[in-house]
Design a protein around this ligand. Structure first.
Ligand code: 13P
Length: 333
């Protein structure tokens, strides 16, 4: 696939007023989400839940793509239609999570590195054949006493760059996600400094590995104070710090940036995105790739009565897509 074709896909992912729904929870993570609302974690419940989300009428109006998990990309609706076909018919580009999760970084207590490079080329070939056109890899950076270290940042940037180069080789748009966690007592300035260093390291590594930024999407965390920081800040402060940090560290040739919600409330994730886009035009579209902030309200309702609340839960997820789509334009009132 040519860089122009990759660029077309990447541009469609961040089309005006559209964003991504992340439904790529690993089986371990979806079990946690199900446990919290009293759903028994079975393959059929996971399938039924993802069917509810992906078949929501009108979802494609504000959703350009959905990130799936290995199990999900192989699943079908109850009527036997592959999820990837449902998505294509709705104008939603299938994406796939391809990392194999985070593991303790040996020699660096408290820090994580993402695994999954071994055999990745073959897995990407299979995912492409299954219909995926973009792929996500999530690195996790933790802020704490004396961390993150340069070693951890570099190890994660290196892995992200190797995965991104493999994706482009195999015709998939890489969605590179270096998540700076909100956990901790650090203030917003610390989050800014760490995020800037992480992004500079990442874009250095992408350059070293000949990754074409025109066919790449960044999935970024917003610049926010730690959840346990005594000094919380206003919506406009988060928006201003986030935009300033991205402008300082992200090349203008990148196709687009989407944010993760990272544990922010639904309302905060949407308000922050709206305020970010009200600052004015930036070198790249700034949209969303929310998991929890797209799903949590719908999941809670669906959990109470899976069959009876099916349509009502779908309406909630479409409403979240609409609100976040407007926020991606800075037009939410
Ligand atoms: P959250 O929006 O719930 O953080 O999930 C997005 C995601 O895909 C994290 O990898």
């Amino acid at each position: 696939m040519s860089i122009e074709q990759l660029e077309d896909i990447a541009q469609a992912m961040v089309a005006p007023g559209k964003g991504i729904i992340a439904i790529d929870e690993s089986n371990a993570t979806i079990k946690k989400r199900f446990d919290a609302v009293g759903i028994i974690d079975t393959e059929e419940h996971r399938r039924a839940y993802r069917e509810m989300l992906l078949t929501a009428p009108g979802l494609g109006e504000h959703i350009s793509g959905a990130i799936l998990y290995d199990e999900t990309i192989r699943q079908k609706t109850k009527a036997g239609v592959p999820f990837t076909k449902v998505m294509r018919d709705a104008g939603i580009i299938p994406g796939i999570k391809v990392d194999k999760g985070t593991h303790a970084l040996a020699g660096n207590p408290g820090e994580l590195v993402t695994e999954g490079l071994d055999g990745l080329r073959e897995r990407l070939k299979e995912y492409y054949a299954l219909g995926a056109r973009f792929a996500k890899w999530r690195a996790v950076i933790t802020i704490g006493d004396d961390i993150p270290t340069g070693t951890c940042i570099e190890a994660n940037s290196h892995a992200l760059a190797r995965y991104a180069a493999l994706c482009q080789e195999q015709g998939l748009v890489p969605m590179v996600e270096p998540e700076v966690l909100m956990d901790g007592e650090h203030d917003i300035e610390t989050c800014y400094e760490v995020t800037e260093v992480v992004l500079r390291s990442l874009f250095g590594a992408l350059y070293d590995f000949n990754v074409q930024l025109e066919g790449t999407i960044l999935k970024a965390s917003m610049v926010v104070p730690g959840k346990d920081c005594a000094e919380q800040v206003g919506v406009d402060d988060v928006a201003e710090a986030t935009v300033r940090c991205l402008r300082s560290a992200v090349p203008a040739s990148l196709t687009g940036i989407v944010f993760l919600s990272g544990g922010q409330s639904d309302a905060d994730a949407t308000a922050h995105l709206n305020a970010i886009n009200q600052i004015g035009a930036q070198p790249w579209p700034l949209s969303f790739s929310y998991g929890r902030a797209m799903q949590s309200a719908a999941l809670q309702l669906w959990a109470k009565d899976m069959a009876g609340n099916f349509a009502a839960a779908q309406k909630i997820v479409v409403q979240r897509a609409r609100d976040n789509g407007l926020a991606a334009l800075g037009k939410l009132k």
